[in-house]
Design a protein. Sequence first.
Lengths: 261, 211
Amino acid sequence: MLDKDIVSSLRTFATSRRHFLQATTIAGTLVATTTLAPSSIAGIALAESAAVSSGDLGILNFALTLEHFENALYRALLASGLLSGQALSFARTFGAHESTHVTALTQTIMKLGGTPVQEQAAYNFPKVTTQAQVIAALSTVEDVGASAYLGAAPLVQDAGLLTVAVEIHSVEAEHATGWRFLNGQDPVPFAFAPPRTKQEVLDVVTPFLTVPSSSMPATMPNTGLSTNGGLKVIGAVGGIAAVAAGAALLRGQRSGVAEQE
Amino acid sequence: MEETEQRILRVAQPPVSRRNALRGVGAALAALSITALNPLVEGRAFAATTLAGLTDLDILNFALTLEHLEANFYIMAVAGGNLSGQTLSVLTSIRDHETAHVATLTKVISSLGGTPVAKRAKYNFGDMSSQAAILKTAETLEGTGVGAYTGAAPLISNKTAILPAAASIEQVESRHYAAIRFLRGENPVPAAFGPSLTVAEVTAAVTPILG
């Protein structure tokens, strides 16, 4: 069932972006939250009883799987201390977007009666030791994310969900553009963006989602990365530590979400 | 062609009585109106810009109208001699992309039996005398382009060929938008969700340029 609240909750996130024509200097905006009362949002005429297909739920959960990875990756990288300047600024801003995507997709899947996938306890993150490597890795990750949404979005049956998928798709591509600038790549590399099928995306991301058991920490580290060779390596351990480190940031955003419900 | 634009305008801006008639209609029509903005948010009357009655050919021609506009803007901008450095390089690439979009959309519309809109004889792009002015206009154009494609995406009937193509172009417009913002020294990604605009909003944004 697709009720007003489901799409409304998604539209709430999207609304602030719509003012871009009037406000072209929104620099620093981290999360597209609004202060709208839910009752006003529910005033939109929506599909009252449109059924959401199981296919749509599957696509949403696939997207959520990727968003969890991106979100955890940004948290780990932000906690690594490797970033500074514009790269740090981008990582904070773009990471907050991924967190918002996780929250929005999770809420939507739950309200549709599905079971949202959870963030993994650990990821096999790309091994990076310099800011340049971080930038290159994020450029690739965001390009893959954009191609994944491009492959999946046209398969979404529900019109409201399709629109939101395209809106998120835009943002992943914009993230990639930012990293491409910092990476010295062509920021606008093609006239027609290439999609990836689900299988093609899995071929790329599965190594990062698969954590070798030998690298799994026995216990959850609780002292951050300070004992790990001066934060030189981001791996599964770093990822877990970063989960804890990023909790405060996430908590703040989630409370903002809760207020909108 | 102007005939197509007029038809789009009629659908996008229905008379008041029709708007009222659209209230409380069935799920299919209501689903389309998801793309309309919340009237309380925007402080204006609910706009039933549902695009009902528009065919894929109409939507493609509407996209082509925007692509003509963008392509000609960048052709003028690059030829004008006021750009330099990375801005010149990026806007030259964008010019080529928009030109490719024009060529492809024209071909697709023709192959579907439609009549592709032609470019206008003249556009009013405002101040083109400085790099800063050009980038400012470019940001508005690209933002409008992204929002137009996003708003139109769920209305496309052909989900296997035209929708994926439109989404592919939408992504490129998004990259242009972020690149222009970066070149202007702005945060390249101002929000967690991209914009989605109705045809009426897009029309309002580009009408001054179309003259």
